[in-house]
Design a protein around this ligand. Sequence first.
Ligand code: ADP
Length: 588
Amino acid sequence: MIGKKLIDVMPELEGQVFLELLNKVYATGEPYIGKETPISIEAKTGVIEKCFLNYNYQAYKNAADIIEGILVFAYDVTQQVTAREQLERNAEMIRNLYMNAPAFICTFQGPEHTYTLVNPSYQKIFGTRGLVGKPILDALPELKGQGFDTILDNVYNTGETYVGIEIPIALARDEGLKPEVRYFNFSYQPIYNEHKIINGILVFGYEVTEMVIAKKIQSESDKRFRILADAMPQKMSTTDAEGNLTYLNQQWVDFTHKSVKEINTDGWKSIIHPDDYEPNQHAWEHALATGEKYSLEQRFRCHDGTYRWHLSRRVAQKDENGKIISWIGTYTDINEQKVFAEELAKQVQDGLKLDKQKNDFISMASHELKTPLTSIKAYTQLLQHSFESEGDGEVGIFLERMDNQITKLTFLIDDLLDSSKVKAGQLVFNEKLFDFNELANEIIDEMQKTTQTHTINVKLETTDMIFGDRIRIGQVMSNMLSNAIKYSPAANKINVTSIHKDDTILFCVQDFGIGIRKENKKHIFDQFYRVSGTVEDTFPGLGLGMFIASEIITRARGIISVESEFGKGSSFCFALPIENKALKLLKA
Ligand code: ADP
């Protein structure tokens, strides 16, 4: 450097204050003192660095008192400056923290615990009341008797930090207001002076009133929930979001004699019937994974070792974001219903089986009876024929009676066969066009021949040809007529009418006999139904005629009905549609 110009040695000084200042000192001779002046200077590494300097420029003169040069003293104060700046920044940060902290901070000094510092959060607790400079009990007289001065004394004297959690304190929110209980978490910490002697206390804390009240409400509602759960007849449980049991109501404990802890350890396996365990696991895992409702019928083991059916339901309780927080389960004892339903189903099954067996038997028996009966009928007629030619009157009469009885027996067996066919859905219909009135007259003539006591009065409107099974519809007419004769032994007439209206024919047989009670009417068309009673029981029959008639008329798309007055007589009617597609087709 020696012998060189400053600017040549340190060209980075160009534009900084130093050259100018040197010039000024050289020109005026006045010294200059610079303090913590920033300077950009090239370091050994060749990088320009920012440093701070304390320096001194002082002119010196020659013998002729003329300024010859400048004496420069300078030393690097960068470290001190940056350290101080850091300290200032830290202090600022602490101040900010202290001023803006949501937690409250304050300091006490001396054995009286006089407020020295109070941050805004602390001040806010007490409104506009002045605190700094006052001992705690003077500033906040409502604290007297609440024990905090004793705690503070203890910290001050022993140096032991005090930590209070959810401590209730009665405080007035402002001057003149009534104290109210609020809750705080806070600490009292001793402050030491430079001689390591306690001279104050640092208070740090925050208010938790809302949280404590919320907790109290929660525990109140938990208590209420438990009372409710124990009072209800159903079993109840709660589980956490993962399905771990958290609560069982009294009914559960009474039933299993197991606690929440035992079930959580032994698992539900110990109380669920082995056959129901798999389905339960499956349904429960699905519910836990999806949050969907769980509903299952399963058997639970009672403490006495028996199992009872329950309807289990579990519903997820979710927070406002839809996240599951717990599951609430109810378990309703449905053992009685379940056992009853199973018993009923079994009885119905048995009944159906029995019904089928009965029907099969009737069908088989009537088939078997039919063949010998047909032969007997044929032989009787042969005998009749030969006795007629030999002219033996008495034998002829007996044979005729025998033939009548055989005819009756044939009808009975035919009815039995027909009814078993109806039951088996095998009644065959042979439909064709026929003249309705012609059929009615034929049947009426036949029936008239069978009775000497009754006169059948006939009033038939002109009808058209109708489409259906002539023999079956004839069977219905004769059944209605023979019943009318049979069930009116004291009467002497029967009325038969037919009306033809709006493509429908209505055919009725009216008698003046014993009639049917109102309550029995709805069963008349049931299989094997016979009205019972002292009068009714005297009439022979199987209770099949009207059952078969009803089937025939229904299959022919018609309606059969009965009107009756007990003790006065009955009217059996059926209505059949005349006009139908088949008929139109045939007509065309
Ligand atoms: P049954 O062979 O017993 O006559 P039906 O099926 O023909 O059987 O009739 C069923 C029951 O309806 C009869 O047992 C009888 O009690 C009652 N019933 C049928 N027709 C008449 C009628 N015209 N008057 C009174 N009761 C009747």
